[in-house]
Design a protein around this ligand. Structure first.
Ligand SMILES: *Cc1c(COP(=O)(O)O)cnc(C)c1O
Length: 242
């Protein structure tokens, strides 16, 4: 039986190669890409292996699981990592997420902005965190055909971005999206291009909002071609989720 660290190292190598090839094809510098290893469903021990293998960004999508897992990490491992929350948020859970996450990528409505700002403010006051919470706005790229993967409709993004930028304890960093289900490669490419265009419009008002989080295990090459800065890869690194 292959030991888990070796398996993760091999998977990580494959993903880095895919990113390098996609960057070469798109004429982009791999240094422009941040790889977020999405560790949902996998134990803290895997996060420790990944940190040892050089991973510095991890993603989680359920508050309860994420909070417990982050708390389980040895302090010296936690310090190395930037923890991204990428899942659907309920406003009553948002305050808790602000205690352990460095980044929340899935902000999609005004109520969440308020809850996160309040939670981050409380965590800062108590010394549970030391920096503002970094935020991306999740955009629904489904054009109505595929609601339910979360995200604000594009028309609502400017006002939401203004609300994040105005919040005392939050920092607006950009946009995030999950490709709508059931699209072929051209459809996914068009969706990621809509996200890139929306990002460009947003940066006219908010130059600091430079992140474009798009691309997962199945479509990271397409995301690299269409301007992603952050890739969220679960299965490709950790293996299939049960
Ligand atoms: C699980 C998840 C991912 C990773 O998906 P894979 O297909 O396993 O790479 C990316 N983004 C979000 C929001 C997720 O919930």
């Amino acid at each position: 039986m292959t030991d888990r660290r070796t398996e993760l190292q091999a998977n990580l190598g494959t993903v880095h190669e895919r990113i390098a090839t996609a960057c070469a094809d798109a004429g982009r510098d791999p240094a422009e890409l941040t790889l977020v290893a999405v560790t949902k469903f996998f134990p803290a021990a895997d996060v420790v292996h990944l940190a040892d293998l050089g991973v510095r960004h991890v993603g989680e999508n359920k508050d309860q699981e994420a909070g417990a897992k982050v708390a389980e990490l040895p302090a010296e491992v936690r310090e190395l990592l930037t923890v991204h929350f990428v899942g659907q948020l309920q406003s009553n859970k948002a305050g808790h997420v602000a205690r352990y996450a460095d980044v929340v990528q899935s902000v999609d409505r005004p109520k969440i902005v308020k809850s996160l700002d309040r939670g981050a403010g409380a965590a800062l006051a108590e010394g549970a965190r030391h920096t503002p919470l970094e935020v991306t706005i999740q955009v629904d790229l489904g054009e109505g055909a595929d609601a339910g993967r979360g995200g604000a409709v594009p028309a609502d993004v400017p006002a939401l971005a203004d609300a994040v930028a105005a919040a005392e304890h939050l920092r607006l960093r950009g946009v995030m999206a999950v490709a709508p289900l059931g699209l072929d490669e051209d459809g996914t490419a068009a969706a990621f291009q809509r996200l890139a265009d929306l990002s460009a419009r947003l940066r006219a008002d908010h130059p600091e909002a430079t992140w474009v989080s798009a691309g997962m295990s199945g479509d990271l090459e397409t995301a690299v071609t269409h301007g992603a800065t952050h890739l969220r890869v679960g299965t490709g690194i950790l293996g299939a989720r049960r």
